[in-house]
Design a protein around this ligand. Sequence first.
Ligand SMILES: [Zn+2]
Length: 408
Amino acid sequence: MPFDLVLRNARLPERGPEPVDIGVLEGRIAAIGARLGPALRSEDAQGRLVLPGFVDSHIHLDKSCILDRCTAEGALSEAIAEVARLKRDFSEDDVYARAEATLVKAILQGTMRIRTHVEIDPRIGLRSFKALKRLQRDYAWAVDLELCVFPQEGLLNDPGTEELLVEACKGGAELIGGCPYTDSDPVAHVDRIFAIAGRFDLDIDFHLDFDLDPSWMHLDAVIAATERTGWAGRVAVGHVTKLSALPPDALTAIGNRLAAAGIAVTVLPATDLFLMGRKQDHNVPRGVAPAHRLAELGVTCSLATNNVLNPFTPFGDGSLNRIANLYANVAQLGRKAEMLCCLDMVTASAARLMRCADYGIDIGKAADFVIMDATDSAYAVAEIAQPLMGFKRGIQTFERAAARLIRP
Ligand SMILES: [Zn+2]
């Protein structure tokens, strides 16, 4: 029986220096080897690097692309206030259209699995949630999108929010998130989120410790709740920029506690660089938590996009390879092994954080892959190589022509 698709001459670094063929049957990888047999469709990767798709473990599709409605510039609190004001006017169709624009960019950059956070509170109600549920269905052919509902503006201080969160969980939210730093009672906030997660059997993804004062941390409450509830391996925390302000010994101690508690960390360099250290007018700190050091200690870590074209991050093209490069640059990582660690944090490690069982270029796994305009993984990060073509479950989802010089 012929394969549905054979991708020929694919460079898979973990399988040695010679390119191989990848055979696909019914959306799954059926064979990997030299000169595979006949196929209904063949594509030639010409020795280029093939990755199992980028994994964006933390993005906010619902509030992307609102830059032209904004006046805020600067602090985190201003960005939250600005979006709080604007979102009263977000209609379901408006959220859908902006989220779709950002999602399409991400697909064109080779992203195939995404966890989007979705704000839920009495101002937006369930409009963003409903829009993103539609988007999830409409783009299932290209991307696995999961929705993490969360109270951006606090929970105990915002009556009506918890009821809406519960409604969203009943309506099919895949995860619940929290944002204790905006709550009047952060520790109770953490406990309420764990209680909802327990009720609906959901993984948790917190926005956490998003400043540069390491003298106190909500991480302590999250670690305690994770241990108390037996939620090890099901909790992630994003930002934790406080960790960038710790000396090495203290960071190692926290990293060991996170690894032991089974709590994963997502670092969001574009937003953290833009919002942290705003009080300083010189020697501005980077404010980016050292994910690579935590990864060395056994913490599951990812790098992710977070915001696109809004007051939290007025930049963004959806490219996770660009984010990996940005992190490497900021964290001063230039060795080959370090670049590979950065690539891992936007691919395999991010997939582990999201507990994607079906990820990787291996026989039996979903036939998700992206052909990069590169032959070497470390150089792919160093040069921000472009994705040229992508397949989701064996079906082509995008194509991008490589740039070509036209000599006189
Ligand atoms: Zn976020």
